[in-house]
Design a protein around this ligand. Structure first.
Ligand SMILES: Cc1ncc(COP(=O)(O)O)c(C=O)c1O
Length: 394
């Protein structure tokens, strides 16, 4: 084995699942290569992708799971599965990564930004208001390993019979009072890109308990039909896309899934160490979900009292070799591409997202890697204390 058992060099503290790659992932990949079946449908027996999907079903306690090649593909597939058509309105959290909105646009539909809410993800009265104008889907977004309490969103959605797709791309394995992010709504969507809790570099997944959604998702993501069950002459067939995951990715993810609990325990321990060693009386606003036990927080998030203070802290932290950063510095529609495409609240006639615009400027985060050593942790604590000593009011 020699080199094969050597630990792969670690570089980026923002990486999570990928930080624990070792000979197990390597062996799993080699197994696929020696088998010469990377394509999920190349073999006759259960493929690595099938096995991964079965393991996920047990892990998340859901009826159906479909592996895909990215979180963005999973969002598009979920939107197709619930029947989103061109020009439909889809209500999405304003405070999210651009992919949530882009997936809606890619299906020809219109993303309507709903203002952010620290407890439930979306401002409920604006949600209600926009739902009353009509929509085909609602997409709340769980942030950075923190599962929101989206029950109030589900309540609004159920009253109007609108399906909810949870964008849990950043929150695999996080829970809100024992229910995993992605399992509350009608379809849950995950990403396994490099910086996620489990990772195959790129990868995605949807989960659902609805057989019809699962079947439509399978059709859309594999060229518009289901192999061995139908042809393109079938009334169910469509002009679909190729969004498949492969056996190499699935083989890595199967190993990562076995490791995820260990990784999360380490991450939590590191996070608690830092929080317990800094004088929390100086820090008014550490951002947690309503269920700290269920968090798979990839970072410690602080809500500063002004954009200026956030900018100052980031700059001073950089000088001290600590990386504080803004999660996103604006709601997605504030990027020029959305203005150019007339997809901002003013063009859409939708409510302003003042809270999202404000929070995005004030929220700063410090990545907490599960691989931090005790020395690293002590150093981070010292640096944070020094920063707080600069009399910033957090
Ligand atoms: C909230 C959110 N949605 C969707 C995505 C898209 O996932 P992917 O990069 O796997 O396409 C990401 C990726 O980071 C994300 O953070």
């Amino acid at each position: 084995m020699g080199k094969r058992t050597k630990k792969i060099e670690k570089i980026n503290p923002n990486e999570f699942g990928g930080l624990l790659y070792d000979h197990q992932e390597l062996d799993a990949v080699l197994h696929v290569l020696f088998d010469a079946k990377i394509f999920r449908y190349a073999g006759r027996k259960l493929s690595k992708v099938d096995r991964f999907e079965n393991e996920i079903k047990k892990y998340l306690r859901v009826k159906y799971a479909l592996g895909l090649n990215s979180g963005t593909s999973a969002l598009k597939t979920a939107l197709y599965a619930i029947g989103v058509k061109p020009h439909d309105r889809v209500l999405i959290s304003a405070y999210t990564f651009i992919a949530t909105a882009a997936s809606v646009v890619n299906l020809g539909a219109i993303p309507i930004p709903i203002d952010f809410d620290m407890n439930n993800c979306m401002n409920l009265s604006i949600l209600e208001q926009e739902t009353n104008k009509g929509c085909t889907a609602i997409i709340p977004v769980h942030l950075q390993g923190r599962a929101f309490n989206i029950e109030p969103i589900l309540k609004v959605a159920r009253q109007h019979n609108i399906p909810v797709i949870e964008d849990a791309c950043q929150a695999f394995a996080s829970k809100y009072h024992d229910t995993p992010a992605g399992v509350f709504g009608d379809i849950g969507v995950y990403s396994f890109q490099q910086y996620k809790q489990i990772s195959s570099g790129e990868g995605g997944l949807i989960v659902t308990n609805n057989e019809n959604y699962y079947r439509r998702a399978k059709i859309y993501s594999d060229h518009g039909m289901v192999r061995e069950l139908m042809s393109w002459d079938s009334t169910e067939a469509m002009i679909g896309d190729n969004l498949r995951i492969n056996n190499l990715q699935a083989a890595i993810l199967r190993v990562q899934l076995k490791k995820v609990s260990r990784l999360l325990v380490r991450q939590k321990k590191n996070r608690s160490y830092i929080l317990s060693h800094i004088d929390s009386s100086n820090i008014k606003s550490i951002v947690n979900s309503g269920d700290i036990e269920g968090e798979t927080g990839m970072n410690i998030m602080f809500l500063t009292s002004s954009a200026k203070i956030a900018t100052g802290l980031i700059a001073h932290a950089k000088q001290r070799k600590i990386e504080f950063r803004r999660l996103w510095d604006r709601p997605y529609y504030k990027y020029d591409v959305f203005r150019v495409n007339k997809l901002t609240p003013e063009y859409l006639g939708s409510a302003n997202c003042e809270r999202a615009e404000d929070i995005s400027q004030r929220l700063i985060s410090l990545s907490i890697s599960p691989t931090l050593s005790e020395d690293n942790l002590k150093n981070i604590v010292l640096e944070i204390k020094a920063l707080l000593g600069l009399k910033y009011i957090i």
